[in-house]
Design a protein around this ligand. Structure first.
Ligand SMILES: [Zn+2]
Ligand SMILES: [Zn+2]
Length: 341
């Protein structure tokens, strides 16, 4: 079968590889029908992570089940599913506690499309077939009246955006929310924040296209350069740094109100990132940085999308056939998805 692999910086290549087979009776084999591009995908494809080549690419998968082992009870061939990007067993202590991004049964950071993270290549979404271990737990049934392009990203980036705003908005109901940055995760966070009842969402970025989309979602879009010093956008009980930069983090922290909550999206920092701790101490700000537990949150995200409880149209700007994916992966665009041709 064909499989898109990361080869080297700015170079993805299609490779002919053996199709995956059922190895354990809890496995299913799925055929990807729509794959969403993650913020991380562009960084990986661009070589920014410095990973060695030769691993399967793509990790946000909407698929059809084509085969299932004897031990799979909930799914059968023909079922449409969303596949969480993180591999988890559903049975260990952490999985049962909802920490499916930290499953104890599989190697740390086991994921599709990012083999160097765990050392295990589980395959990738841009291929004809993918094996899903622990299928009864892993797979999430796709609502049948929703566009695949609108929900493939629930496997990771859409759910990450949801989780970033859902937790602080549970602590600060109807709060005003500041989002720093204009990438796909930031824009989806704005949709969810408004859908979850935020009184107001302000999104700050320099990119005109991002600001236009944010405004369409109902956010107040502010054009400003993201600099570390105190900013003039005001103070917010809830702030989200979606930039993954030191300046973005500082901007968000300094814009967080007394006793407020600042969430930052990425661990793209150095080991010793400067954090304005003295300011945080004096103003009692809580800062959280965490990877999403995708599988645990996916059902509630799909339910919100299904019920229309999220502002604006799904963020899908371009649908690209697999045959053009290697080049398109490197292009700037929000909400890019890929389908087999
Ligand atoms: Zn992702
Ligand atoms: Zn587990």
């Amino acid at each position: 079968m064909r499989q898109l692999q990361y080869h080297s910086a700015n170079s993805l290549i299609w490779v002919d590889v053996p199709a995956p087979e059922i190895q354990d009776n809890r496995d299913a084999i799925v055929k990807p029908l729509m794959v969403s591009r993650c913020e991380l995908d562009r960084s990986i494809a661009g070589g920014m992570l410095g990973w060695p080549g030769g691993f399967a690419f793509g990790h946000e998968i909407y698929a059809e089940v084509v085969d299932a082992g004897d031990g799979v009870a909930r799914y059968k061939p023909g079922d449409r599913v969303v596949v969480p990007f993180q591999i988890s067993c559903g049975a260990c202590g952490r999985c049962r506690a909802g920490f499916t991004g930290l499953c104890e049964t599989v190697p740390y950071r086991s994921s599709y499309g990012m083999a160097p993270l765990s050392g295990v290549d589980y395959g990738g979404g841009l291929s004809d077939r993918v094996r899903v271990p622990f299928a009864d737990h892993m797979l999430v049934a796709a609502p049948d009246n929703m566009e695949p392009a609108a929900i493939a990203g629930v496997a990771d980036n859409v759910t990450s955006a949801y989780a970033m705003v859902a937790e602080p908005l549970a602590m600060f109901p109807n709060a005003r929310v500041l989002i720093v940055g204009g990438n796909t995760v930031a824009l989806n966070a704005a949709r969810f924040a408004l859908g979850l009842g935020a009184d107001k969402v302000v999104l700050v970025d320099e990119d005109a296209e991002s600001l236009k989309i944010a405004a369409q979602f109902g956010a107040e879009a502010v054009h400003a350069s993201i600099e570390p010093q105190m900013q003039s956008v005001g103070q917010f009980p809830v702030t989200i740094d979606a930039t993954g930069t030191e300046d973005g983090l500082a901007f968000a922290v300094y814009s967080t109100d007394h006793e407020g909550f600042c969430q930052t999206a990425y661990g793209g920092f150095s080991e010793k990132t400067p954090v304005p701790l003295r300011h945080m101490y004096g103003t009692n700000i809580t800062l959280k940085i965490a990877r999403v537990h995708a599988r645990a949150h996916m059902p509630e995200v799909l339910a919100l999308l299904h019920k229309g409880c999220v502002h604006g149209e799904p963020l899908v700007s371009r649908q690209v056939p697999f045959s053009e994916a290697a080049d398109a992966m490197l292009e700037p665009a929000h909400g890019m998805v890929f389908f087999p041709d």
